[in-house]
Design a protein around this ligand. Structure first.
Ligand SMILES: [Zn+2]
Ligand SMILES: [Zn+2]
Length: 135
């Protein structure tokens, strides 16, 4: 069982099955929606997905017809998106997942749309938390 929640905790979700086809999406829509360099998204079978709390706190935004982005109205966390053309699955935003999962991202997508300030090939140091120099 995979569990997830929004930042404020009003919305909680659970997934019975697996998250598949996880990718980092660098497209301009995902960058704006996430407020970050890219969004990490994966597919979940709709029948495996359950909103366990706060479904009335989920609001939707449609940028393209038939495609809905579901987010918490209180804290703004993106939770998932749905597509009227394929109701058998949803696209989960992996940032909301609280459980450990085995699946790993397969690729960076829409890299031609990536932010010019993001250098994916940079040999930047990596830290578990904040950089040590941060006060
Ligand atoms: Zn929230
Ligand atoms: Zn995208």
């Amino acid at each position: 069982m995979i569990k997830g929640s929004c930042l404020c905790g009003a919305v909680t979700i659970q997934i019975q099955g697996q998250i598949t086809d996880i990718i980092h999406c660098h497209c301009s829509l995902c960058r704006k929606n996430s407020g970050t360099a890219y969004a990490t998204n994966g597919f979940v079978n709709t029948e495996d997905f359950q909103i366990t709390k706060g479904s009335d706190s989920l609001k939707t935004f449609s940028f393209k017809p038939g495609r809905l982005r579901h987010f918490c109205e209180n804290c703004g966390s993106p939770i998932f998106s749905s597509n009227d053309a394929d109701t058998t699955r949803i696209r989960i935003r992996l940032g909301c997942i609280d459980s450990t999962i085995d699946a790993r991202p397969k690729s960076h997508n829409f890299v031609s749309s990536k932010a010019d300030w993001e250098d994916m090939d940079a040999t930047l140091p990596r830290y578990e938390r904040f950089e040590p120099s941060r006060k």
